[in-house]
Design a protein around this ligand. Sequence first.
Ligand code: ADP
Ligand code: MG
Length: 211
Amino acid sequence: MTAFNTIPNIPESLLATLQTLNFTTMTEIQEKSISPILEGKDILAQSKTGSGKTLAFGIPAVIKTDVGKNRPQTIIITPTRELAEQVAAELRKIAAYKPNLKILTLYGGVPLRAQADSLAKGAHILIGTPGRIQDHLAKETLTLESINTLVLDEADRMLDMGFYDEIVKIASNMPKKKQTLLFSATFPHKIETLAKKLLKEPLIVKVDTVQ
Ligand code: ADP
Ligand code: MG
């Protein structure tokens, strides 16, 4: 069990926030992926549900966000609106130490217009489902030119739901030079195909136990 304070250059204010949330030691997936992500590596990570994958990509995403730039920098794609909300809730908690950091969710079932207005005001981290992200791209209420990190969360579920083509299409709207992080609970063959398409020399992190 390794403490969060062993992460190189982790801001003191983030450590204090983690402490108030009672997060003191990292889970195994966090221990193996946070530092390489902070170093800029692409990651192909597999660990079971409940093993703490959200903070494994969420902590680096929050640390790396430049709130001085009012542009989306990280986009996290999730299979469902419920998961998008869960991820947003967890990231908003740890981002409390950066009060100007804006996290916006994009999913169906709510009017496009309201989300478009929020996008126009600016957000740093976007969390959304493939269909709604594509809707915004098609209507040009969203551009992904300033994205430097793409996260695919629950990638296995997204592929089960038939989102392969949508994910590849969304990624094609982002700069080629970016970091891509793929997180999944299982590792079916389709994940390997998606990883080959989107990740560059990824570090492969597999964790078999739940902590
Ligand atoms: P996964 O995405 O792998 O299914 P989650 O990221 O949703 O898992 O985390 C599962 C639960 O564990 C959440 O309630 C989360 O707040 C908690 N958790 C995550 N990291 C830690 C940690 N380092 N210490 C204690 N609890 C944690
Ligand atoms: Mg998860």
